[in-house]
Design a protein around this ligand. Structure first.
Ligand code: ARG
Length: 462
């Protein structure tokens, strides 16, 4: 065994260098270093508080760990692969700084409860950052929605023109998705924020530790009730990855819409130069790279969720090295979600413009008011299913005649059904079609204005 090795005298020879590299997680778990230091500082305080080590020793450990933190921040401490993982790296540097007392830090704990603690501290921070980003994202959606209550846009089902809607209503649909994401992360947080510290390797410890003391210092809401569960549970990671995946679903759906809207076929928006790229060969092109990347990056977050589920499914209790595989997926998902939320917020805020003229024309060039004709008859006593069939026939003959509903003469309407009167024209204008949908949660302007007020109230909850 070389002196670099941390293992006990049980080992006679060093790890094969390639296996050492294979085994090491330092290249990625360095991300956890500050959380590792904070967790260790709480552990050191607890060891002193419970009399397992002296107060002087506790202080030496605490201050030495703080020094490791400063060295890291200043770029003076850059552990390499020989450290295996961040936990060993910090402990080793600590011992170099404070001497033999550093070797007492690992009393009454294991890397198994340590890594679980670090990962939770990391995720807790990241969840709060993502929730703030969701708030910024929601704010931009509401800002734009407020300016576009009476901007109409074709609404689709099956990607076929269905009924026109208020653009604000469309954007507020994404606001609601983001609101659920924000709430979902709060819920996930409550299960991330449980301390496994003190579960030891798997069975607890023989020392008179105080798990609630460390949990309090680290602002955990509670401690794991079962040590085996505490060291081997990654449900919190699965839940986080699921919440992250759902955020990505939402961003990806809007991305797809933006890509469609920017196409020559739709022409609903113009991408501004600050958020679009050109082609290296086709000089006329302006590409929607931002939403395309968001849509594409969604795949990797889903992949991390799937990987985490598969990692867990066959694991016997308690810790298994397989669990080291949780980190890269978590880190990458966090970074991806943050990058995508940031980019989409900028894109919406300043990277695109709605083409109001084109939208106004778009909502007049189709049969998206056909339901309103059926509703018109139904409101005048014709059973809806019958009205539906009548209007179906009208649409058919209008298409054959190359006309839209608004182009039909009053006599033609009355030949179709005597209930039609002159007010049919007003009833089928796009504006009226939208304004009339005032059922709760509908696109009617009154509803949308109320929804905007409600959205602002929701946003005021921090
Ligand atoms: N690097 C390890 C991980 O990320 C730390 C825990 C190692 N525990 C062990 N018993 N080998 O999971």
């Amino acid at each position: 065994m070389t002196e670099k090795q941390t293992w006990s005298q049980r080992f006679e020879s060093a790890l094969h260098p390639a296996i050492a590299r294979f085994n090491a997680s330092i290249s990625f778990d360095i991300e956890l270093i500050e959380y590792d230091i904070t967790g260790s500082q709480a552990h050191a305080k607890m060891l002193a508080h419970t009399g397992i080590i002296s107060h002087e020793e506790g202080e030496a450990l605490f201050n030495g760990l703080e020094r490791v933190r400063q060295e890291y921040r200043q770029g003076q401490f850059q552990p390499g692969v020989d450290a295996e993982d961040v936990h060993f790296a910090v402990e080793k540097r600590l011992t170099e700084i404070v001497g033999d007392v550093g070797k007492k830090l690992h009393t009454a704990r294991s890397r198994n409860d340590q890594v679980g603690t670090d990962t939770r501290l990391y995720l807790r921070d990241q969840i709060q950052q993502i929730r703030q980003q969701l708030r910024d994202w929601q704010t931009v959606l509401v800002d734009i929605a407020e300016k576009n209550v009476e901007t109409l846009i074709p609404g689709y089902t099956h990607l076929q023109r269905a009924q026109p809607v208020s653009l604000a209503h469309h954007l507020l649909a994404y606001f609601q998705m983001a609101q659920r994401d924000w709430e979902r992360l709060e819920d996930v947080y409550s299960r991330v924020n449980i301390s496994p510290l003190g579960c030891g390797a798997l069975a607890g410890t023989t020392f008179p530790i105080d798990r609630h003391y460390t949990a309090n210092l680290l602002h955990f809401d509670n401690v794991y009730a079962n040590s085996l569960d505490g060291v081997s549970d990654r449900d919190f990671a699965i839940e986080f990855l699921c919440a992250a995946s759902i955020i990505m679903v939402h961003l990806s759906r809007l991305s797809e819409e933006i890509i469609l809207w920017a196409s020559e076929e739709f022409r609903f928006i113009t991408l501004k130069d600050s958020c679009a790229t050109g082609s290296s060969i086709m000089p006329q092109k302006k590409n929607p790279d931002v939403p395309e990347l968001v849509r594409g990056k969604t795949g990797r977050v889903f992949g991390h969720l799937q990987a985490m589920l598969v990692i867990m499914k066959g694991l016997p209790l308690a810790y298994n090295k397989d669990l080291q595989e949780d980190k890269e997926g978590i880190f990458d998902s966090v970074n991806t979600v943050k990058a995508c939320l940031g980019a989409m917020t900028i894109l919406l805020q300043e990277g695109l413009e709605f083409r109001h003229q084109r939208l106004a024309t778009a909502v007049t060039e189709d049969f998206a008011n056909a339901t309103d004709v059926a509703d018109y008859l139904a409101a005048r006593g014709v059973p809806f299913r019958e009205a539906y069939n009548i209007v179906g026939k009208v649409v058919k003959t209008s298409i054959a005649a190359g006309k839209l509903l608004k182009d039909l003469q009053l006599e033609e309407w009355q030949q179709i059904h005597p209930a039609f009167a002159a007010d049919i024209y007003e009833a089928i204008t796009p504006r009226q079609v939208v304004a009339a949908r005032n059922s709760y949660g509908g696109t009617g302007f009154l509803q949308v204005r109320q929804a905007l007020v409600n959205a602002r109230t929701q946003l005021s909850v921090k």
